[in-house]
Design a protein around this ligand. Structure first.
Ligand code: PEP
Ligand code: MN
Length: 267
């Protein structure tokens, strides 16, 4: 179901009446790694409302250590509801388990499946009936074929609205957090009809390297970007090292415009 055919069609995934991923418009999703407070999200949204098309922020966080901040849970979803209405921006947030799907789907416009859950097959099957678009992130060490098969699980269980997200894969060099696989972006655009977006933040892990990778991703045909930013980047409760300031985020969006236009995407 995920494969491209000779018809060469492109699936367009709708987040709202105005925001669609996979068409002519480049879609930028910005926001913090984790929702921390209403004040934080208010600052993010007011600063970015004219620069991004959707907001991100985790309320259920898949942390490497069980002692790290695990997210605000439903309180974070309620914060999203207020922000989403005030700024008319769709919101994307992660779902980690089947039991969270119904709750998160009631608040969010798109459900993110994190890298660590890309092959959680029971979760993927359940997303078939989630009734919301899915942002499926590539597993930390998943092959392109495994990634497409993960999407196939969701599609074959009844949900046609899947967006693929390349977010870097593990390699031998830990200078950057992961290695952004731009070859995968180009390949996925040819192999499937699904929209493909890129997360340069988790791929590179260092804020000063996010902008060049964002530009490269668009040049490779990505339909959008998901980027972490924070009103006070150093104070982020998670992924502080890769968070852009809100000013740098606005600047990044401006700087990618010529690249987007060169390949025929509107921004
Ligand atoms: C995130 O988007 O904050 C995240 C945890 O991403 P990933 O699943 O790609 O590590
Ligand atoms: Mn993060």
């Amino acid at each position: 179901l995920a494969s491209q055919t000779e018809l060469n069609q492109q699936t367009i995934v709708k987040l709202s009446d105005e925001v669609q991923i996979g068409g002519k418009d480049l879609v930028i999703i910005g926001g913090p790694c984790a929702v921390e407070s209403l004040a934080q999200m208010e600052q993010v949204a007011s600063h970015l409302v004219n620069s991004v098309q959707a907001l991100r922020g985790g309320v259920y966080k898949p942390r490497t250590s069980p002692y790290s901040f695990q997210g605000l849970g439903e309180e974070g979803l309620k914060i999203f509801t207020q922000i989403r209405e005030r700024y008319n921006l769709p919101v994307v947030t992660e779902v980690m388990s089947i039991s969270q799907i119904e709750t998160v789907a009631a608040y969010a416009d798109m459900l993110q499946i994190g890298s660590r859950n890309m092959q959680n097959f029971d979760l993927l099957k359940a997303l078939g009936q989630a009734g919301k678009p899915i942002l499926l992130k590539r597993g930390l060490a998943a092959t392109i074929e495994e990634f497409i098969n993960a999407a196939e699980y969701i599609l074959s269980h009844g949900n046609p609205d899947v967006v693929l997200c390349e977010r870097g894969i593990r390699s031998f060099d830990n200078y950057t957090r992961n290695v952004l696989d731009l070859g995968a972006v180009a390949a996925l655009k040819q192999l499937t009809h699904l929209p493909v977006i890129v997360d340069p933040s988790h791929a590179v892990g260092k804020r000063e390297l996010v902008a060049p990778l964002a530009k490269a991703a668009i040049a490779c045909g990505a339909d959008g970007l998901i980027i972490e930013c924070h009103p006070e980047p150093e104070k982020s409760v998670s992924d502080a090292r890769q968070a852009l300031s809100l000013e740098d985020m606005v600047q990044l969006v401006k700087s990618i415009r010529p690249v987007a236009e060169a390949i025929g995407k509107r921004i």
